[in-house]
Design a protein around this ligand. Structure first.
Ligand code: SAH
Length: 207
């Protein structure tokens, strides 16, 4: 099947499952998930499930990417910090909404970071910035961010990442160890976080 047709069908199913915002739906329709996967996994790109991307890591299921994108309440022009670039797919979805030059992503594995940069450039998202390093430190050079999200599970939002989000901004991430809860937090003016919970999820751990 033509990838664009398979992708449209997947997004139709995602909309039936969850009440997704228009910007999220448009982004999910636009980004060619298959192009971010290893050759051997491309046939499964438009099934709603996680897939291996190398280095023992996985790309999240599309409904999880859509949910995180929605919870972030993204708007064009907002700056966004992503922790865990992986193959770069989720960064591209974010870039569709806020603009590629506003997305800053940190990946622990240098080889994944390099491959993500190449794929992002090849798919038209070359203005997304990717840095190899420890996401627990965030990326201070481009702070403050309007939004930040983790694509790997942590016991709590890392302090440096919280510091780098502006007051009034949102953070989203899977918090917990073996199993996690998807948590969204709004940063108050005094720097404290107001959290709400969005169901159980399973992500690879933050290192
Ligand atoms: N958003 C990704 C999914 C990546 S899976 C995508 O669309 O493909 C989670 C990623 O987080 C993995 O690539 C893993 O290497 C990375 N990771 C784990 N610990 C990290 C850390 N401390 N800093 C940055 N990235 C980390």
């Amino acid at each position: 099947m033509d990838p664009a047709v398979a992708r449209d069908r997947l997004v139709d199913r995602l909309r039936e499952r969850d009440d997704l915002g228009e910007a999220t739906v448009a982004a999910m329709r636009a980004v060619p998930r298959h192009a971010f996967l290893p050759e051997s996994r491309r046939a499964d790109a438009y099934q709603d499930r996680p897939l291996p991307i190398g280095a023992g890591q996985t790309i999240s299921a599309p409904h999880v990417v859509a949910l995180v994108t929605d919870l972030l309440e993204l708007r064009d022009g907002q700056s966004v910090l992503e922790i865990g670039t992986g193959c770069g797919y989720h960064a591209a979805v974010t870039a569709e909404v806020v603009g590629p030059a506003n997305v800053f992503s940190v990946e622990y594995h240098a080889d994944l970071a390099e491959r993500a940069r190449e794929t992002l450039a090849a798919t038209g998202y070359g203005a997304v910035s990717v840095r190899a390093g420890d996401g627990k430190q965030g990326w201070a050079d481009h702070a403050p961010y309007d939004r930040a999200y983790l694509t790997c599970a942590a016991p709590s939002f890392p302090d440096r990442v919280v510091d780098q989000v502006r007051p009034g901004g949102l953070l989203v991430g899977p918090l917990g160890t073996d199993r996690q809860v998807l948590v969204r937090a709004r940063k108050r003016e005094d720097g404290s976080l107001k959290r709400d919970h969005h169901g159980q999820v399973r992500f690879v751990p933050l290192r």
